[in-house]
Design a protein around this ligand. Structure first.
Ligand SMILES: *Cc1c(COP(=O)(O)O)cnc(C)c1O
Length: 492
């Protein structure tokens, strides 16, 4: 299976790239992204044949259908990492909460957010192909709180890979910060930045544009790659679990084969729901993909109007920070699938130059065949968290945004799976304030203790241990000092 570029080819990069090329060098011509040339055609009965198979078998067979250029042994080694999830046979359980409402819990991995679903196996595969080629890679990550911990966890002590992770000091939860600064590995560097997530991200962009930094990397024989969802190596693992949603409902005898379902995905960079779009194209019977946004409603606006307009928009800080976004990278892959490379290039040139692109009425209608979207706010989320716990189900603020879509966007009486992208333990002060209907200033540790006592909720060992763990990274620096620190780190 070959990969092509969303904005066409510049005559320098390969016209068709292998999977390993696309994941080692994820930036494509004209600032575009890599996408599969076509999606694999699965055998008849593929879904029914997996009802009694494990998650790893399903994953293996989907990867195999993509014909990726990765050795069988390496694939198996990568998939074995799902054995470290809470339940090795069912790493992402689909739980019934009401008659027609199910929650797909994506947070049972080591860092308690859905990023582990893809980053765990992806880290193993990236390191193995870098090693095989005898190349060294630096991964630069700016995080608002979930990607950082998941990337550090997957790459720690991996060969031929170094990771430098920037987080906004004071801009993450205590749990997220501790997950990063306590992570131990000679190949990891974690830097707190004075400023917010935007500052961390723009500092990273400056660094990537810096000539002296480029020279330093060249001298040391280090190449750059990426671990965010612009990398198709993450997306491929984010297709699998949407098949799992459908298969679990079949297995639980909630649906019969062919019956359509709704999926509701809390979205930011659009990588999670992009995986669902591909799963649908590959044959999962999905009625529609319902996209949930928070007060940063850019995705909702785009899907409802066909216009992506960030001219007058500022990023708002919300209680569902992983969805705080203005420029969402993975909409580009959907646009490519629906309208081709020429239109994709036009839209993204417009977005870069004028901060707006406008689709035709026909194009918008086509988009709306696949997606509906709605946004909510923090007050709404708090009410949902409280209502659901009253019925015995504890959820995090990102998951809570899904209920607005569930209540408003369903047009048919079909079973619905909402995606729970983080465990409540990563956002416990927000959850406790929702339960107590106040806005108290409370530490993560106190909120975790209170909720686990008052509501008899289980704390995973990895979260409990954080508060007595050794801190291995304690640098908090200004933007101007990032390059010096990272150069020091890569020189060892
Ligand atoms: C990353 C993340 C999201 C957003 O996922 P995208 O793939 O970027 O749309 C939502 N919720 C949580 C908890 C996340 O960590």
């Amino acid at each position: 299976m070959y990969f092509v570029e969303t904005r066409g080819n510049d005559g320098i990069k390969p016209i068709e790239a292998s999977f390993s090329h696309a994941i080692l060098n994820p930036s494509a011509s004209f600032g575009g992204l890599y996408v599969p040339k076509s999606l694999p055609k699965l055998e008849d009965n593929f879904i029914q044949n997996h009802i009694n198979k494990s998650y790893k078998e399903l994953a293996y067979n989907i990867l195999k259908a993509f014909e990726i250029d990765i050795d069988e042994e390496e694939i198996n080694k990568a998939l074995a990492l799902y054995d470290n999830f809470d339940d090795a046979s069912n790493p992402c359980p689909v739980v019934k909460v009401k008659n027609d409402l199910f929650v797909h819990e994506q947070y049972h991995g080591p860092t308690r957010a859905f990023k582990d679903m893809a980053l765990q196996p992806f880290g193993s595969i990236l390191s193995s192909i870098a090693k095989k080629r005898g190349e060294k890679y630096l991964i630069l990550a700016a995080t608002s709180g979930d990607t950082g911990p998941a990337a550090l966890n997957t790459f720690k002590n991996k060969e031929n890979i170094q990771v430098a992770c920037l987080y906004p000091d004071g801009g993450t939860s205590d749990v997220q910060r501790l997950q990063m600064v306590c992570e131990d590995g000679d190949n990891l560097k974690v830097l707190g930045i004075h400023g917010n997530f935007d500052d961390a991200q723009s500092a990273l962009k400056d660094l990537l544009a810096s000539q002296s930094f480029k020279k330093e990397l060249e001298n040391d024989g280090i190449k750059l790659s990426a671990a965010n969802s612009v990398n198709f190596g993450r997306i491929i693992f984010q297709i699998i679990y949407h098949f799992w949603s459908y298969i679990q409902l079949l297995k639980q005898k909630e649906i019969t084969f062919g019956e359509k379902i709704y999926l509701v995905v809390p979205s930011g960079n659009f990588g999670n729901v992009l995986g669902a779009f591909y799963a649908q194209e590959m044959g999962v019977p999905i009625e529609k993909l319902l996209v949930a946004s928070n007060e940063n409603n850019i995705l909702t606006e785009w899907i409802n109007t066909g216009i992506y307009d960030i001219r007058e928009k500022d990023l708002k800080l919300t209680k569902s920070p992983a969805m705080d976004i203005l420029k969402s990278s993975n909409i580009e892959r959907v646009i490519y699938s629906l309208y081709g490379a020429k239109r994709t290039k036009e839209f993204f040139n417009d977005l870069n130059e004028k901060k707006i692109f406008t689709m035709s009425e026909e194009e918008t209608k086509k988009l709306q065949k696949y997606f509906s979207a709605i946004n909510s706010n923090d007050n709404y989320g708090s009410k949902i968290i409280k209502n659901f716990l009253d019925d015995g189900y504890l959820m995090d603020p990102h998951t809570a945004t899904c209920l607005k879509a569930y209540e408003n966007l369903k047009k048919k009486d079909l079973k619905t799976v909402i995606y729970s992208t983080a465990e409540w333990t990563k956002f416990s002060p927000t959850v406790l304030n929702a339960l107590h209907e106040n806005n108290a200033n409370i530490s993560d540790k106190d909120a975790l203790d209170t909720i686990s006592k008052e509501y008899d909720a289980k704390l995973p060992k990895s979260i409990k241990e954080l508060f007595s763990a050794k801190i291995n990274h304690n640098l908090i620096i200004n933007k101007e000092d990032i390059e010096t620190e990272i150069v020091k780190f890569i020189r060892g």
